[in-house]
Design a protein around this ligand. Structure first.
Ligand SMILES: [Zn+2]
Length: 204
């Protein structure tokens, strides 16, 4: 799989803050030890856009949460971490990454608002996070696609496992449109797929 892709310090910093928010500082410590990521114990990366941490480190931490809390329990926890992750990104880096509600408020159609938001959200993730994401669409859905993902560096699964991203996208869409939507991961690199694909329906 080659060298793992590097991501911005801020992506890992905010992820670890979100893990801590949901699991507490003891939970974070247990998870980091389980993941073999002791370098982050008591020492989150700075909240800046320098590259440093890797998608592999991010994936190993997600994997450790599954190991510690069990397959089923972990799913809800990972989604909550994803939601906390978005709220923190908004608070800490929202203005920097262009997440202001102003332009969106002017757009009356739900579909247009959702599409513009997801497009901006993906560009910000590429530009400020070095995350390889892009947006596609067809008549019924938007497809938020990761060309490389933490799941690429996790053990093989028979079902998609990127619940942090599902939670993140659900919270993000709720912020942008005011609606709680269904987000489903249709393909996942942990299942041997080429990309991780998150499906967001155009109709609320
Ligand atoms: Zn995935």
């Amino acid at each position: 799989m080659g060298e793992p892709r590097l991501i911005a310090n801020a992506i890992m910093c905010i992820f670890l803050e979100a893990v801590e928010e949901v699991l507490g500082d003891k939970g974070l410590t247990v998870v980091l030890k389980q993941a073999g990521q002791e370098q982050f114990l008591g020492q989150k990366p700075p909240n800046d856009t320098e590259l440093g941490p890797s998608l592999q480190e991010y994936g190993l931490i997600e994997e450790a949460i599954e190991q510690v809390y069990g397959d089923r329990g972990a799913r809800a926890i990972l989604m909550r971490i994803g939601r906390a992750n978005f709220r923190r990104s908004l608070e800490e880096r929202g203005k920097l990454i262009g997440l202001t509600g102003l332009a969106l408020n002017l757009i009356p159609s739900y579909e247009a608002k959702l599409g513009l938001f997801l497009k901006n959200f993906a560009s910000a993730a590429v530009k400020h996070g070095n995350l390889p994401v892009r947006l596609e669409e067809d008549e019924d859905n938007f497809y938020y696609i990761y060309d490389d993902s933490p799941a690429h560096y996790r053990p093989e699964k028979d079902r998609p496992c990127c619940f942090v991203t599902v939670g993140l996208l659900k919270e993000a869409v709720k912020w942008a449109t005011g609606k709680e939507v269904n987000v489903e991961e249709k393909t996942c690199m942990a299942c041997g797929d080429d990309v991780c694909t998150f499906v967001i329906p155009k109709k609320a």
